[in-house]
Ligand binder design. Structure first.
Ligand code: ZN
Ligand code: ZN
Length: 134
């Protein structure tokens, strides 16, 4: 499926081909901290299909306990997260689903790092809700 993505301010835009069956939620603590939220929703796009249309994201290199490095791309102007990938010669871009125009059609299919999932994030349906800001 072809998808189009854009950061919040519109400087960074891209396109990619993704498998809607590969959309997943990551509950790892890095995703919580970097997103500033409970979890992150990501889908893998083969590098050959990922095309940056405008802008140049800023890269933050995260070093894991294992010593592995991961490049996290975000808009240097508005801060929106775009993808993560291997720092050199990436084969896959883990695209942040919230930046995709087609995100409503991309429900997550599985969840990883569930051991660090925030217990209150699993089911929000019973919480009081408003259609807009209150
Ligand atoms: Zn931006
Ligand atoms: Zn994660």
């Amino acid at each position: 499926m072809k998808v189009e993505g854009q950061c919040h301010c519109g400087q960074v835009t891209f396109e990619a081909e993704i498998d809607p069956g590969a959309v997943r939620i990551c509950h790892c603590t890095d995703c919580q901290t970097m997103s500033g939220s409970a979890y992150r929703v990501t889908v893998a796009a083969p590098a050959a299909t990922f095309v940056m249309r405008s802008g140049q994201p800023k890269i933050y290199i995260k070093i894991a306990e294992s010593g592995n490095q991961r490049a996290h791309a975000f808009c240097g102007n508005c801060g929106a997260q775009i993808y993560s990938a291997a720092p050199q010669d990436p084969q896959v871009y883990a695209v942040r689903v919230g930046t995709l125009k087609q995100r409503r059609e991309l429900p997550p299919q599985n969840q990883i790092w569930y051991r660090s999932a925030l217990p209150w994030a699993a089911d929000l349906r019973q919480l009081p809700h408003a259609e807009r800001q209150t």
